[in-house]
Write a protein that binds this ligand. Structure first.
Ligand code: FAD
Length: 277
């Protein structure tokens, strides 16, 4: 099922996972989460342009053995046009219908980089012109880390939609008002594709420190206090309650789906879904 079909029918749950060496853990996680009938599972692509090929074995396994509608992510920064073409073709040959097209983070040492594609909108255009893939793009409710203001970031987001982006998956956030403000501004810019909120269960302090270093994400006071006062188990419980409230509020405000950043762990994500559905 492609992205248009998924979001034009019923409310859709999706999961994000990453390729890991311990593939059995990843497969077990997805086997457990499959009881929630995810509309799709997205698989990240190596950050910083380090990973020069898709995780084809994992994509194949998810599709063929676990019967998952898998949406690989793909970044264009530092990849040559030739390499991009080869990989996109292979993806289509596997019978994959959807792809999340990204620029990727600029690595600190970019001297080895190709810059055939500078921004994600160029990759979206390239994929749409040469394939039948349905293309999703990334959006940032609090603005992308390199952008000076949300307005110009949304203007750039519009370039991705005009190039053929069909769905926006957002960066994680903890303050739903940031998401609602983003959606309003996106609509005001004339963008009408579904905006699917990205939800990451709070699992540890280390995880939150890492995320907030990499991206513009406001951490509410209640979360900061929880990070200080709870031990590991209690923090996980807090994270489940916090994300459950967040998701219920989003559902009550009419989102078309929820995209869970699972971190390849099933426990918190499954508890949250049990709480909300
Ligand atoms: P772009 O849309 O190209 O935007 C990058 C920056 O450039 C923004 O500040 C934007 O405002 C600006 N910009 C865009 N177009 C123009 C233009 N034409 N002129 C001037 N400025 C412009 N990273 C990975 O490495 N692997 C993954 O699997 C991965 N998955 C992700 C999934 C989601 C849902 C999200 C939200 C992010 C993901 N990322 C991933 C992170 C992403 O690669 C980084 O945030 C990256 O820095 C930006 O990628 P982008 O596609 O949003 O870039």
């Amino acid at each position: 099922m492609n992205l248009r079909e998924i979001y034009s029918s019923k409310f859709a749950i999706s999961f994000e996972v990453f390729p890991e060496e311990n593939t059995q853990n990843l497969y077990n996680t997805l086997q457990i989460l499959s009881k929630y009938s995810p509309a799709l599972v997205s698989l990240t692509y190596g950050a910083g342009g380090n990973n020069k090929d898709f995780s084809f074995d994992i994509i194949k396994y998810l599709k063929q053995e676990l019967n998952v509608n898998v949406m690989p992510h793909f970044t264009c920064i530092c990849n040559s046009k030739e390499m991009i073409e080869r990989n996109i073709k292979s993806i289509e040959q596997l019978g994959i219908e959807n792809i999340l097209a990204l620029r990727g983070d600029i690595p600190e040492d970019n001297s080895i980089c190709h810059f055939d594609f500078k921004y994600a909108n160029e990759l979206v255009k390239y994929i749409k012109l040469g394939t039948n893939l349905s293309v999703a793009v990334a959006g940032y409710p609090e603005g992308h880390i390199e952008s000076t203001d949300l307005k110009s970031d949304i203007y750039n987001l519009k370039r991705k939609i005009e190039a053929g982006g069909e769905v926006i998956y957002t960066q994680l956030f903890f303050n739903n008002d940031k998401f609602y403000n983003f959606v309003d501004q996106v609509k005001n810019e004339g963008i009408s594709v579904p905006v699917i909120p990205g939800i990451m269960p709070i699992i540890s302090k280390k995880q939150i420190d890492k995320m907030t270093k990499l991206a513009k994400i406001e951490v509410p006071k209640i979360v900061l206090e929880a990070l200080d006062k709870y031990n590991s188990d209690d923090l996980k419980k807090f994270g489940i309650d916090f994300a459950s409230d967040q998701c219920l509020n989003l559902i009550n405000n009419g989102v078309k789906g929820l995209h869970f950043y699972t971190l390849n762990k099933y426990y918190s994500t499954s508890r949250i879904i049990d709480n909300i559905l």
